[in-house]
Design a protein around this ligand. Structure first.
Ligand code: ARG
Length: 386
């Protein structure tokens, strides 16, 4: 495909792949950006003439469903923006991306901030610190994106709600005999395991493990579960926000882990949901000889205390590592591994969600298989539809 035909509103490839990932939300304020194949760079969208109908199209293209659409509004443009994408209203009834043109001016001075889902809100503010190891008991609604993933009536792993139908978990949770979607049940909005046993849970329709997940190194330890029936969002069941590109998480940034995992190394699953605050640990530091000595790959992020005492543990895997920024909770990581639990110089290791978001959005885009049938590929290619 010549780059000039990417993102031009015409799908040339069988899955419409040349038209996916042409829009993104950037930074903590969800600034809508559109990719220009001409200049090979991303531009913010000027708020002039923008409306919610366009917002819904952009959200749908990213993989969100229109029924969770939240809002689009103008926010003051940063001085660093030199060019914008603008809507050409006289372009008539054509594709959104064909209506956009790049311009050096934006009369309102506002760019589009787009929220495709009301994510990252928790009704319960933190009550002071003080199982995870060294944590505290959660209250209902405090971590509303946290789910418990069961196989045969037993809690196996944690997960995080990102949309009404999609759960993020760890790839190692769904390995081998756990890869069959029909053996899983998902529990949302419930604090105690004994209460879950009295309920049915949500069925899983599909499990997608990261194709580059590596069992030995735990590289790319992330997976998606698609629910058979969508969740209804309430005060106690809500999605967390996926991190946007361009978000800076500082070393030492305060994050929170939650889960029903063991409360001490070798312990059994906790009946109630626990949580703890853990600071992020800088990559190079976590990789140093006296900590994980080179085992921390770019797809991983460390969090915890080098002194030990507070950590995630067995059964917390797949669950969230979140942080609060701009009054929104963001999914920074998914619980992956660690040597022992809460041991000195052996902090928790989490999947680095920021590097997984492209993969997640790609898999949420349902246009795969069959919908884009009006394609014309420039070269003849052999297509496999499984
Ligand atoms: N792999 C574990 C699980 O399956 C999570 C271990 C986390 N360990 C740690 N020290 N933070 O539940």
């Amino acid at each position: 495909m010549p780059p000039s035909q990417w993102c031009d509103g015409v799908s040339h490839c069988p899955n419409g792949e040349d038209e996916t990932r042409c829009v993104r939300l950037f930074g903590p304020n969800f600034i809508l950006e559109v990719y220009s194949p001409v200049s090979k760079s991303w531009y913010p969208v000027c708020q002039d003439d923008w409306n919610d109908d366009y917002g819904k199209i952009a959200c749908k293209d990213m993989g969100y469903s229109v029924d969770t659409y939240y809002y689009s509004r103008g926010v003051a443009a940063e001085v660093s923006f030199k060019s914008y994408m603008k809507v050409n209203t006289s372009a008539g009834n054509t594709d959104l991306y064909k209506k956009l043109y790049s311009s050096d001016s934006c009369a309102s001075g506002n760019v589009v901030s787009l929220r495709c889902i009301e994510c990252g809100m928790s009704i319960k503010s933190m009550n002071i610190m003080n199982r995870i190891v060294g944590g505290s008991g959660a209250v209902l609604g405090q971590w509303p994106w946290q789910v418990s993933l069961h196989v045969q009536g037993t809690h196996v792993c944690g997960g995080s709600i990102i949309t009404r139908q999609w759960i993020v978990t760890a790839a190692h949770c769904v390995e081998g005999r756990f890869s069959d979607p029909y053996s899983w049940r998902v529990y949302a909005g419930i604090l105690n395991q004994d209460e879950m046993l009295l309920r049915n849970g949500y069925r899983v329709q599909q499990i997608i493990s990261h194709p580059d997940y590596d069992t030995d190194s735990k590289d790319n330890d992330v997976a998606l579960m698609k629910l058979e029936t969508p969740l209804s969002f309430t005060d106690t069941v809500r999605p967390v926000c996926l991190p946007n590109p361009g978000m800076m998480f500082q070393p030492d940034q305060q994050c929170w882990i939650s889960g029903w995992g063991a409360e001490y190394q070798g312990g059994k699953t906790s009946n109630n949901l626990n949580y703890a605050m853990v600071p992020l640990i800088e990559h190079s530091r976590c990789n140093s000889v006296y900590i994980y000595n080179g085992m921390i790959l770019p797809t991983m992020i460390c969090a915890g205390y080098l002194a030990g005492g507070i950590d995630s543990c067995q059964g917390d895997s797949g669950g969230p590592l979140v942080t609060n920024k701009n009054s929104v909770w963001w999914l920074v990581g998914d619980t992956s591994w660690g040597t022992g639990c809460a041991s000195r110089n052996r902090p928790g290791v989490y999947g680095n969600m920021t590097v997984f978001t492209d993969w997640i959005y790609k898999n949420m885009q349902v246009k795969y298989l069959g919908v884009f049938n009006n394609f014309k590929c420039p070269k003849s290619e052999t297509l496999f539809y499984l």
